[in-house]
Design a protein around this ligand. Sequence first.
Ligand code: SAM
Length: 316
Amino acid sequence: MHYLFLISGENPELAKAEIELFAGADIKGHSGSSVVAECGKFEKQRLACTKYLCKFLFSCETNELNAKVQSFGWQKHYRDNFYVHVHHTEQAKEKELAEIIWKKLKNPKVEFKNPKTEIDFVFENKKVFCGIRLDKNKEKFEARKAHKRPAFSPISLHPKLARALINMTGVKKGGTILDPFCGTAGILIEAGLMGIRCIGSDIAEEMLDKAKINLNAYGVKGCKLIKADARKIKIKCSAIATDPPYGKASSLHKQSIKKLYSEFLSNAYRILDKKSRLAVIFPNRLSVKSKFKVLRRIDIPIHKSLTRTINVLEKN
Ligand SMILES: C[S@@+](CC[C@H](N)C(=O)[O-])C[C@H]1O[C@@H](n2cnc3c(N)ncnc32)[C@H](O)[C@@H]1O
């Protein structure tokens, strides 16, 4: 099936990587915030960087739109009532398009509150993408940001980013994810809320205490928390998603940060099964040698002078 993904604006590369690596999608076209891709079944409500998911109907040049809407077979996509949404254009276009569609339907009815048929038109430069809405992202990421959690840490990832990181490992509901630098559980909370079994480990007892408080606060049950060094932990899991420390040196292990990453990657390679993935964030474009195959490297600007890079790796 062909889908139209309306991605959130902050990082299109990350949104596209999530669509490809999580949904197993083959991207057919992309412009601005619209991505058209072909894929099979996937857990639709898990996507972090997609705002709306639609069944793709068509795309055309802006100046051909009215004629296209006029000739399109709307009846077979129509259920009970409808509502038209337009994106990145003037609001008046909504009414204009709805009127054309209305005239093409046998029993037309417009419904504002809970329409059964929601039609999205996304205007991107000189193109328009059209689809029937299947899902809307209702995740309250802002409510789970680090400063809203009972046990605070300033170095915790934004929940949307944490979720995208997990999704890019391809871990399924019921699978087990490990975060071996779990800190205050930012990644584990997102994994738990998606129905993924989770294991968190950290070298610092204090962090594990905070992780427990935060997991409880968001109702995540059954997460195993272990005091361990990420370079040595031996545990069975389907995937790893993690955000290691990124200071120049860590007082905890008295070694260079690059050596820590390298030893962690060697251990992760031993833990994971073939074809399993690891998603890890390193400082800007830092390259750390390992046996893993690199699937993606995606830059994430943190602020003006700081960029970090997500590495999605797969065991050969
Ligand atoms: C950037 S923080 C993780 C942030 C985490 N994602 C969160 O939401 O809070 C890095 C964590 O790695 C831990 N750490 C440092 N060296 C470690 C090691 N060798 N093994 C395991 N954990 C380690 C630190 O105690 C810290 O909690």
